[in-house]
Design a protein around this ligand. Structure first.
Ligand SMILES: NC(=O)c1ccc[n+]([C@@H]2O[C@H](COP(=O)([O-])OP(=O)(O)OC[C@H]3O[C@@H](n4cnc5c(N)ncnc54)[C@H](OP(=O)(O)O)[C@@H]3O)[C@@H](O)[C@H]2O)c1
Length: 249
């Protein structure tokens, strides 16, 4: 029996990924800042643990409670749709604190047991916006591109120890809570110069008429990255992300 720990399971991609691993017979440690076991189907293979990836004590507690792991999925993260010029430094720091350093801290916390056992997988969920420059996501994209960068080095470093490291790059998904949560950090809507651009981009983000990414696309991409040693370092998730990956080459 294999055990996966997934961060950010209270909604969206993390919740769907936890459901999929449970349905396919894995033991799942679903972590959330505010644990709510009722979000997932009852199972003796499910444990729901409290975890804030920006808090070192919270990380240490969750890793200890989880016990031996075969896979870690670093999914927790948030966005902030705001022009670079208008991004408050507190927002920029928070983006890096969660998306980049939180992911790094979780990776460092789980890696020793995988390396010592000579087996295991770490999947970092970043974003397809790192493949193509878009307005309003400059600092968010930088926080995710930084994860891509250290993950690529890490993959080479730990491959000799039998540990696989992979990236999953989801496309735009207006159906998760991501957009609503990102709204907390929305900026520039009323700005005389940036306002019309911000309004247009927001409408585009919420538009579901074109190709978008569903939570199931991400769950399936994470599943492949964890279970299939043949997957490449980067797996796009969602039709839009696949298209962008082809364009990026
Ligand atoms: N939706 C998109 O368009 C999109 C596209 C590309 C990539 N992504 C990335 O995919 C991942 C999942 O996004 P989603 O769309 O599923 O968004 P979501 O529905 O907002 O879920 C994000 C999850 O991350 C958790 N989280 C945020 N900060 C955390 C922290 N400090 N510690 C622990 N958990 C934390 C949230 O927990 P709380 O409930 O406690 O806030 C929530 O469970 C994120 O890394 C996001 O950047 C999203």
């Amino acid at each position: 029996m294999s055990t996966v720990m997934i961060t950010g399971c209270s909604s969206g991609f993390g919740l769907e990924t936890a459901r999929l691993f449970l349905a396919r017979g894995w033991d799942v440690v679903a972590t959330m800042r505010t644990p709510d076991a009722e979000l997932l189907p009852a199972s003796d293979r499910l444990r729901v643990l409290a975890l804030d990836i920006t808090d070192a004590d919270s990380i240490a507690r969750a890793i200890e409670q989880a016990g031996p792991l075969d896979a870690l999925v670093n999914n927790a993260g948030f966005g902030a749709p705001v022009p670079v010029e208008l991004t408050p430094m507190d927002t920029a720091r928070a983006l890096f604190e969660t998306n980049t350093l939180g992911t790094l801290a979780m990776t460092q916390a789980v890696l020793p047991q995988l390396r010592e056992r000579g087996a295991g997988v770490i999947v970092n969920v970043t974003s397809s916006v790192t493949l193509k420059a878009l307005p309003l996501v400059g600092v968010y994209s930088a926080s995710k591109a930084a994860v891509n960068a250290f993950t690529q080095s890490l993959a080479i470093e730990v491959e000799p120890f039998g540990v696989r490291v992979r990236l999953v790059l989801p496309g735009r998904s207006p159906t998760t809570r991501f957009g609503a949560n990102a709204g907390v950090h929305l900026g520039g809507l009323e700005h005389p110069d940036y306002g019309p651009m911000v309004q247009g981009i927001l409408a585009g983000f919420r538009d579901t008429s074109g190709p978008v990414t569903e939570a199931q696309d991400v769950a399936e991409a994470v599943w492949r990255a964890v279970t299939d040693p043949g997957t490449p370092l980067r797996t796009p998730a969602g039709k839009d992300a696949e298209e962008w990956m082809r364009e990026a080459g």
